[in-house]
Design a protein around this ligand. Sequence first.
Ligand code: MN
Length: 714
Amino acid sequence: MVEVEAQADLLFKDVAGYLKADDVSRLQSAYHFSEAAHHGQFRKSGEPYISHPLAVAKILAQWHLDPQALTAALLHDVMEDTAVTKDEIATTFGRPVADLVDGVSKIDAIEFQTKEDFQAENFRKMLLAMARDVRVILIKLADRLHNMRTMQAMDAERRRRIARETLDIYAPIANRLGLNAIYQELQDLSFRYLHPTRHRVLAKALKTSRGNRREVVGKVLDAIVARLKEAGVEATVTGREKHLYSIYNKMLEKQLSFAQVQDIYGFRVIVRDVNACYIALGLLHGLYKPIPGKFKDYIAIPKANGYQSLHSTLFGPFGMPLEMQIRTHEMHKIAEAGVASHWLYKSTDSELTELHRKTHQWLQSLLELQSTSGNAVEFLEHLKVDLFPDEVYVFTPKGRIMALPRGATAVDFAYFVHTDIGNRAIAVKINDELMPLRTELRNGDRVEIITAVQARPNPAWLNFVTTARARSQIRHFLKTMQLTESVQLGERLLTQALATLKTSPSDIDETGWDKLLRDCGLKTRRDLHADIGLGKRLAAVIAARLLQLAGDGAATPRIAGTIMIRGTEGMAAQLARCCNPIPGDAVIGLVSKGQGIVIHTQDCAVIRRNRHESDRWVDVQWDDKTRRAFGVNIRLSVANERGVLAQVAGAIADAGSNIDNVNVDQADSSAYSTINFTIQVSNRFHLAQVMRRLRRIPEVVRIARVKGTQRERE
Ligand code: MN
């Protein structure tokens, strides 16, 4: 515990160098809070757990990060490892700190699995997207750095896994943000745990060669310093050693031996301004001969992460290659700390708006640097996506990562995977839980679409999908489906309508069809069928018009806005089963999708329900020449006397009607029963005759026609 307190004291001494006194004391209370929360927890190495958050905060203090970020660093593991909640942190330390801790915890919860490059790149993007606030990434990188520094106590397998992930994911992120020092250290540590033997051999060789090189390095340094001083250029000159992983990589990539790689000596010259950079370059080129083709001007054309420097390789003493880097102090700061350099070298403001301003400044400065390199816009777009994301990254069941626009739903995802998956989607599992298809996806979700072969897109999806791809695919499918169905239906309706006029589509000559299509302003018969199927035109009207145009005038007089019904029209004009209209009833036609015209009695409940849709109504009238019988329902209340059913049936038959169906309800009381008949009559007058006959039977106490008691249908 004494060691931990000493460690804490060191941290607070560090931050006192750049933070206000009350910020420091607030940070101290965060330390006590975290210490209490982690109390009794130990790291694998045996140290108290609190030593880890302290170390992470110390790394961030080197960059002069603001108090919020430092507080969050001290608390970064409490949500995951202790009972402390986000709300508790928010109450005690404020919402911004709670958001930072939450952000770090969320990143921790995701495990990187596949090894493909493409997936690694997406995963990096996802982490950056999830972070939203660049400070979350900085805390996470410091966390990873400290864990990598203290991995000895872990077993070899776990070390390898963490090292692999660091090399694939976190080191490239550090590089992208320009955090060079961390980038190199993460790479070296990963190398050490991934290839322990190679690391050990190389480290030993490096140590030996360092001794051998000392003399040469000293000589060159003296010569450079002297020449610059002579010319009046103020400069700091240092010898530069390659880090292990870059030596290893160079050997691997360029098939060089260690000696060949180490034969190259590196130096760095740091000067006051850009002018001095070029002056120093000229002086060095005068001192040692430059190797042709090795000069690179990263001041004029900076690297993607903002790195600026002049690079040149010279022939040194005994022909040894000397790699020179020349840059200003400002460029050096960015080269080492990248995005963090804004905290390190500017004011200590802790406001979030200030943070945004700084991050924006960083992007802006990169943009300016990039403007000479040609693809500045593309570059900025790229970086913007990373830091201010408008994308979400989700997993497929197989662990692939898909990038979707923010706000995308499960249906968008389905169409993104494949059009067929979208068209057949019926449900979705998000992180193994069944969710509605409209659910908005979040970073890191694992999404599994459940499909069914016969499933079809639901028009309601159009209300919530956000991607243009899903929207257009759904529209396309619905349109195609509706059109196909409508065309088929329309053709059937027209054929039936023509059949009632004792003709058929093939009997109409081409002239007739052409005239009709021209009259209707349509191009093809298919269009006409679609119109009929969609209820825009009436099959009966079209059929009559066709006959007329084809020269058969006989059919025309009947059609004058009103359609004559014989009850034998089949599908084109069906009698509604809810009200069972019979000739003589006041009727009205309702154009119903998929059913042609359905004839209802004017007092039918269905008509009342659809009264607002007046464009679907059609005036219809009974044709006097109806010759068929129509079914109608009547209900009788009869006294329970023996033989009454036979009497009633006899009376119906006497009136010239047939019984289609009879059923007797259970007795209402011991004295009376209700009998329902479906009987056949030719019209309303005929029905009246039947009912009059029935009333003459003394046992019949009540009699009524029944409409709408059966299942109502349009
Ligand atoms: Mn941690």
